[in-house]
Design a binder for this molecule. Sequence first.
Ligand code: ACM
Length: 637
Amino acid sequence: MKKILLLSFLISSFIPGYAQRAMHRPVVSLIPVPASMVTNQEVFELKGRAVIHINDSRLKEPAEQLAARIRTGGGFKVNLDESKITPAHALSLSLVKDPSIAKEGYKLKVTSKGISLTATEPAGIFYGIQTLLQLFPAEILSKTNTDAEEWYIPGVSIEDHPRFAWRGVMLDVARHFFTKAEVKDFIDQMVQFKFNTLHLHLTDDQGWRIEIKSLPKLTEVGAWRAPRTGRWGEFSKPTPDEPKTYGGFYTQEDMKEIIKYAQDRFVTIVPEIDVPGHSLAAVASYPELTCTTDSVYQVNAGERFMIWPGNGTFYGTIDNTLCPANEKVYVFLDKVFTEIAALFPCEYIHMGGDECYKGYWEKSEACKALVQKEGLKDMHELQSYFVKRIEKIINSKGKKMMGWDEILEGGLAPGASVMSWRGMKGGKEAARAQHPVVMSPNEYAYVDLYQGDPVAEPVTYSMVRLNKAYQFDPVPDSVDAKYILGGQCNLWSERLYTMRQAQYMLWPRGLATAESVWSPAGTKNWDNFVKRTEHQFTRFDVAEVKYSRSMYDPIFTAKKDASGNLQIILATEIKDLTIYYCFDETLPDNFYPAYTTPLSVPKDAANLKVVTYRGKTQVGKIITMPVAEMKKRAKIN
Ligand code: ACM
């Protein structure tokens, strides 16, 4: 040890300062990838005290946020300087007139002499700061003082701007409720990757989460349900007198606080009130809003009531819809949207419109009469009639309406924007009809789905591996890009009981979405993204943010060979990994057989166990795959 210390002392005393700094030069690893970047060999050193200089008072808030990180994470002193002349060796944030900087864009230059960040608007400075934070050591994300002596920031010259104006994440706060503090923390995480839109799914069958002062029962009744823990969808139905103790809601004051917090971070909150389906919480609060009157409605506690037989169709076993033939519904929604429009500065109100089971409408005399009176063809056209009336209400409050792609069915409302979730199809159709579109296709952007094999992951529905999420491009072929506002990943929370689990599902797939909506088209490189994602993992560790390492785990394919026997094929989505395996019920490591060719199962073996390594380092988790499960997938009896 002494020898090593002596050697490093000798090296540091004889090599020039330049080379010494180069020795400390940290890696440059940014997500999302900037539009253009040139690295230089210089290093900016931060020691003792940092000076952040601003040339405009509008930069005070972002500068304070940067200062807080440097103070908290590193324990450095930070001065905010607003003098006319930029001090030497400062972190300088300046608003400038520069026509070469696009909207939300910025220029960032780091040299040994100083850091210069310029933009034409505060949002650009904010995104430049997010890039700068990624150039700082991970300790800048630490929630506690790491007492750093010196930080080194690598020399770069970056010119950057986003590809899309809508860079969204949807958080479902209806199925499970997340507190005001958790939502703020969520915003802090998403902005690090330059997301600028937080779509809050505020209402659903399992909860109504926003105070509507003129309709108090929505939160007195609709925000609460019977508590359940375990497998979502398999819970027992609450009895009518069972205490409804799980839930919560945001008062309008809470929401104003969240909105202000978001605005200070250049995030727009998009409120979603999901109607006419997914409305059981509203119906439990005001039962007169449905077409049916004979049920005792209760906020759903996670018991199954919508049935998907597997052919893309579904039906409900309880009426969770608002009745389009009931004028009281429009009076109700007028009150709701009046308060929502007054509360949220966002130009859009999202009215849901998805997965509305229309079986109860078909049986309703009032709906049948309305269909006849309006000359409508079917129940899709009846939903379209409803959506068009909602659009008029929303427009009358000075807002634009957005809905899930089901609002295309039966005819799109004239000024509607569409959020495409059942793949890109609805988005393409809407864009061709010259309506604005946000792409959030389930096959790429549903981050509540499996990210690794279901035998080794928390239960959910279908699969979006990281590699698939990374392939997301919001502009499909043959569509005019000007109609695509951007893209978004969606975090549905049926099975997200805690914010830790929400983080596990969002990261790293949210990184893939971030790159899909910020970085220029045609810049994707999977192997390089994986390296940068791994770099982020170390930062998530310091920031105490949970993330999934499932990208390291093998992909299992089960096949029946010509003789009817099971063959198991293993693969990884990341290169340079080795899979070790065994059938002997022990725990494999890198001294076990390495997978090279499809495996035949030894007679009587019950489980295949696998683990992945990179070199001598275990990177994946040990996964136990039952042979019976493989046989089932290969359709072997
Ligand atoms: C949706 O996933 N039902 C929009």
